[in-house]
Ligand binder design. Structure first.
Ligand code: HEC
Length: 317
């Protein structure tokens, strides 16, 4: 949910109508009585959908070096075709993880966001803690506070912190260890077309990972994540009206390049699953002000054979 201006897309300065945040919570538990719903019949409220995040290959994404992401920013800044990704520099929201295994970030530190549709979250333990607290009302040592709710409850049916540190870290490790599925169907010609139509500028692969990443299999390798982790202006048509500040520095028109991992298992595409085929997803990259419009033009100018080869490549990722 977002409060927008009369144009239906620009975020309004005053978001106070949404006192309990931008996310609809239709269910209640632990003594709560009042679900969080969108105000009805209010034309200033824009509703948009976000699909749940895929979990495949996320360890590789956490392991990629910050310097690789910065390199991509610099390379794109030098381009003249309008593709200019930006890092979502976010203030770390969790308490420090006492194990310090993957990172020793402290609350408030500015770090590169990588996860979530707008790269709001930098690390996977933070992701688990954020999702547990925000989506399910489950507190943990990283996120010990119940979030404000219409019933003013400060604790639930289980007093104190709900999820122990070990349990939280095991969940993060589980997500870290899910592999990128094998991609036996990739062709050299498909990869060439992926590069020549500029898909690979944003959907970057072969990114170097940290040599000191604590999971040895993911340390010091090249990760084919098919994302640059950067925010791109994707134009009016994909905009969701959410003000900057809700997702770090991301504006209402920005989306992080979707990692193309496990794409061959997906049936719907884009942040709200509005596209029902890869071809549709590509076409929807084009829009008023979208950085990807030129890439779509290149795709649509391909011969039928090349177009089919590129689609088969993407569908095999
Ligand atoms: C300017 C950067 C940019 C370029 C160029 C680009 N993309 Fe994307 N792509 C994105 C972003 C950002 C998203 C997420 C948009 C959203 O969710 O609304 C995305 C999403 C996708 C998705 C959907 C993935 C999912 O998980 O739902 C596919 C498929 C895709 N792109 C393929 C391509 C192909 C093929 C090309 C080349 C023809 C291409 N993209 C060019 C930035 C780019």
């Amino acid at each position: 949910m977002s409060v927008v201006e009369a144009d239906g897309k620009t975020p309004a300065k005053d978001q106070s109508k949404l006192a309990f945040g931008h996310t609809v919570h239709p269910l209640v538990a632990g003594g709560g009585k009042t679900p969080i719903a969108a105000p009805t019949g209010d034309p200033s409220i824009k509703l948009s959908i976000r699909v749940g995040p895929p979990v495949l290959g996320r360890g590789y994404m956490e392991a990629v070096l910050d310097s690789e992401i910065r390199r991509l920013v610099a390379e794109q800044a030098a381009r003249t075709d309008g593709i200019k990704g930006r890092i979502n520099l976010v203030a770390y929201q969790s308490e420090p993880n006492p194990t310090g295994k993957v990172h020793a970030t402290k609350k408030g530190d500015k770090v590169i966001g990588r996860f979530g549709l707008k790269a709001r979250i930098p690390f996977l333990d933070d992701f688990v803690a954020d999702a547990a607290q925000g989506d399910m009302g489950i507190t943990s040592p990283l996120r010990p506070k119940e979030i404000p709710n219409p019933d003013g409850l400060t604790d639930d049916a289980k007093p104190g912190v709900d999820l122990g540190l070990e349990s939280l870290n095991l969940r993060a490790d589980y997500i870290r260890l899910i592999a990128i599925p094998r991609r036996p169907g990739l062709t050299t010609r498909g990869a060439e077309l992926f590069a020549s139509t500029k898909c690979g500028v944003c959907h970057a692969s072969g990114l170097a990972t940290r040599p000191d990443y604590p999971i040895a299999l993911l340390a010091g390798i090249k990760a084919d994540v098919y994302t640059d982790f950067l925010l791109h202006d994707m134009g009016d048509e994909l905009a969701d009206g959410l003000p900057a500040g809700e997702d770090g520095e991301a504006t209402y028109r920005d989306w992080r390049t979707a990692p193309l991992i496990g794409l061959r298992f997906m049936k719907n595409y884009l942040h709200d699953s509005r596209a029902h085929s890869v071809e549709e997803a590509i076409a929807m990259h084009k829009g008023t002000g979208s950085e990807a419009s030129g890439s779509v033009d290149l795709f649509q100018a391909l011969s039928p054979t090349d177009s089919a080869t590129l689609l088969a490549f993407v569908e095999a990722l």
